[in-house]
Design a protein around this ligand. Structure first.
Ligand code: ADP
Ligand code: ZN
Ligand code: ZN
Length: 726
């Protein structure tokens, strides 16, 4: 590296990951021996450290010529020139996401790059690239043979039965529209209507149209949808080679993630399958983004930049001229609203596939009125009888309950003692299997006391029930029944506790698929995505809670969960006609259940949207939350309220307050976790632009408020734009 004063040396702006809230928002200036194209990855010194950075000209907050003495600037350490620079589109996506979600571009950009890249020298990177190139040339790619994938005549590949399907008229129509229109599209298709097949056809068509085209396929949680991954790999590896399909999710090792990233960045990967983080994958020839189960809350990040991968997918599609297809049987109300007719202002094109493949039968929804069942019964007699029928016929049932552990609370039968967590505003859950009391929020785990810690009474009893207790209860209820082969009934539980070890979920699912299990018990984990062929009965034991939640999105989530769960039943044509979804409820006439019974998402969505409109809630208003964590509630709330008062007295923010509502600070619903108090403040506006302008201006206020002596107890704060949990 030549000295700064060397002839030809030039000033270069480099984006690095500056610590959150350091208020260094722009790029930093360095000397470079020669001009570097924007988007080039470099290594630069910062203080005592050496960091990965991206050449990022233009928007520096500190123009080098005025604020900095060029003589004090340091040279970049190295340029990773073996890699092509990140594209202007990619940089625009990062800038947009940083601005919209109120973070620094440096944080967003560096978080979007594979972690291993951060610690690699250019020599190490060169070695890795060489190794990858060697591996790629060793595996002969079938890319050179003429591809014949087209919509009407899929290539006759050898693997997988689904490859030779004849499209249904609904599928064909959706695909035709996809080709004729620009989108974005919302594929609204019943569970089992063949949405995945449509995604694959659209992908195949775009990849076949150009030998460089790339597609990004996003799923909520890859571990929960191994089948989708398998189907995409089976189809596209057969066409373009094993390296052409890569995954991107947090369950991968750093080395695997880097390899996937490099494959996507170099264009070698034609299909990237990933979770929300994949929305930032560098894909220079991106032509299609698919967002499967677009309603799923896991597309919203809960830390760092709290971005919505679904919303960014729409933005990115427009930016890059790539088509975007969202898919769901129960779309988010936002996407549903955006896909209203264009004449009414809709911006997405809705493609509908109401029928199930094959028999076309969705399960019959049956409600058990728990007001008329034996008191405190868990599985009602009619539900038990229906399960017994399934067992006698050799069919499977699935029972789900959204609470893991044995019982959510232990209670003393004499005094008031309950198993509260000393560090959180929550009860510790009783896990019978290892006789522990565990806090699901801070992780505190202790052995169950022999006697009440408050009064010494040995009689402490479980209150309520979780999946562990439900499993035990079912084992008792079904003990005398036999399978058709004369064997006792086999029950299996799947939840976060049984699947903690890597690979256990897969092996448990495999056992369900091979029919070794008669009754499957679990949390919502089993209600999503899985293509169970032999389940003919799905039961929700106690779904009512969500009807009374204070979160305005709770009904939307419940409806979608129950529809998803119902979709697990009767996926095989031969058993579809007798498949049923059972709901045990004390509110059998509730409109949500009425709509569910008719499988009528549009009716449900219409009534929800009407309520939201009347209450001026999203999508009819725009929200952000500022959350603060502190040593005390007073400190957390005091910080937020002080920042709010300052906003009213400062001209740039005060001007916007006429079009914007700043609510008082309140404790979060989980007010204390691990001895940290949490409070939040809601900001709401009928205009997204006003909200955005206010937040950018208010950032500075929040920063300076934090340094006020009265806010000493504040630990951290963060803005969540378009929050999902309020
Ligand atoms: P969804 O994603 O809408 O739940 P899938 O795409 O998984 O539906 O399709 C459900 C099942 O139907 C899968 O087993 C799939 O292989 C099969 N399938 C999809 N399209 C067709 C078709 N046109 N003909 C026959 N089977 C199909
Ligand atoms: Zn007691
Ligand atoms: Zn706790």
């Amino acid at each position: 590296m030549p000295p700064p004063s060397a002839p030809g040396a030039c000033l270069t702006q480099v984006l690095v990951h500056t610590p959150a809230h350091s208020q260094m928002t722009g790029a930093l200036s360095y000397w470079s021996p020669a001009p570097l194209p924007p988007g080039t990855l470099v290594r630069v010194p910062l203080g005592q450290r050496e960091l990965l950075g991206v050449v990022w000209p233009g928007e520096s907050a500190t123009p080098p010529d005025t604020a900095l003495d060029p003589a004090k600037l340091r040279p970049i350490t190295a340029a990773l020139e073996a890699l092509p620079p990140l594209s202007p589109h990619w940089r625009a996506l990062i800038s947009f996401a940083a601005g919209y979600y109120q973070r620094t571009a440096g944080e967003v950009a560096l978080a979007a790059l594979p972690p291993q890249l951060r610690d690699m020298s250019s020599v190490q990177l060169g070695r890795r690239l060489k190794k990858l190139a060697k591996a790629a040339s060793a595996s002969v790619k079938p890319e050179t043979r003429p591809t014949q994938a087209s919509d009407t005549a899929p290539a006759p590949e050898a693997t997988g039965a689904s490859q030779s399907v004849r499209l249904t008229p609904e599928q064909q129509q959706a695909i035709d529209q996809f080709h004729q229109q620009a989108g974005p599209f919302l594929l609204f298709g019943a569970t089992g209507s063949g949405k995945t097949e449509v995604f694959m056809h659209c992908t195949a068509a775009l990849l076949a149209a150009s030998s460089e085209a790339q597609a990004l396929v996003m799923v909520p949680e890859i571990n929960l949808t191994p089948q989708l991954e398998a189907r995409f790999k089976a189809r596209f590896c057969a066409l373009y080679g094993d390296d052409a399909v890569v995954s991107m999710h947090s369950g991968m090792t750093p080395a695997q993630r880097l390899n996937s990233w490099l494959a996507a960045h170099s264009g070698a990967a034609r299909v990237v399958l990933g979770t929300r983080m994949a929305v930032f994958a560098s894909m220079p020839q991106l032509r299609l983004i698919v967002v499967d189960e677009e309603h799923d809350p896991s597309y919203k990040s809960g830390e760092g930049a709290r971005y919505s991968a679904r919303d960014l997918a729409i933005y990115r599609g427009r930016l890059e001229g790539a088509k975007v297809m969202l898919g769901s049987a129960t779309p988010s109300l936002e996407s549903w609203y955006h896909s209203r007719p264009a004449a009414e202002g809709g911006r997405y094109l809705r493609l509908e596939m109401p029928s199930r493949i094959g028999s076309g039968q969705l399960p019959l929804v049956r409600r058990v009125d728990m007001n008329h069942q034996p008191k405190s019964c868990i599985i009602s007699p009619p539900l038990l009888a229906a399960m017994a029928q399934r067992i006698a016929r050799g069919e499977q049932s699935m029972v789900f309950l959204n609470r893991r552990g044995y019982a959510p609370v232990l209670q003393c039968s004499d005094c008031d003692w309950k198993s509260e967590c000393p560090h959180c505003s929550a009860y510790r859950v009783f896990h019978k299997i290892d006789r522990t009391l565990r806090c699901h929020h801070c992780g505190l785990s202790e052995r169950v006391p022999r006697a009440c810690p408050a009064c010494g009474n040995p009689d402490i009893v479980p209150l309520g029930r979780g999946t562990e207790r439900l499993e035990e209860h079912l084992a008792e209820l079904l003990a005398d029944l036999r399978r058709p082969d004369g064997e006792p009934v086999r029950i299996m539980r799947i939840d976060a506790d049984t699947t903690r070890l890597k690979g256990t979920l897969e092996s448990q699912l495999a056992q369900v698929h091979t029919g070794e299990v008669d009754v499957l018990v679990g949390t919502q984990m089993i209600a999503k995505g899985h293509d169970f062929r032999r389940i003919t009965l799905v039961a929700a034991v106690n779904p009512d809670n969500a009807l009374f939640s204070s979160d305005f999105r709770a009904p939307e989530r419940l409806f979608s969960l129950l529809m998803q769960a119902a979709g697990r039943a009767g996926r095989d044509e031969t058993v579809a006609t007798q498949s049923e979804m059972w709901l045990q409820t004390c509110q059998p006439a509730h409109p949500l259940y009425e709509a569910l019974k008719k499988h009528d998402y549009p009716a449900f969505a219409a009534s929800q949207l009407k309520e939201r409109q009347q209450a001026a809630m999203p999508p009819f208003s725009f929200q952000a939350l500022v959350r603060a964590e502190a040593r005390s509630q007073e400190a957390a709330q005091g910080f937020l309220n002080l920042a709010s008062q300052t906003a009213a007295s400062q001209s740039d923010t005060a001007a916007l307050l006429a079009h914007l509502m700043l609510y008082p600070a309140v404790p979060m619903s989980m007010a204390r976790i691990a001895n940290i108090e949490r409070a939040q403040m809601l900001v709401e506006s009928p205009s997204r632009t006003v909200l955005q302008r206010f937040l950018s201006a208010w950032q500075g206020v929040l920063h300076s408020t934090r340094s006020d002596p009265s806010c000493k107890g504040v630990i951290r704060w963060a803005i969540d734009v378009d929050p999902l949990n309020i």
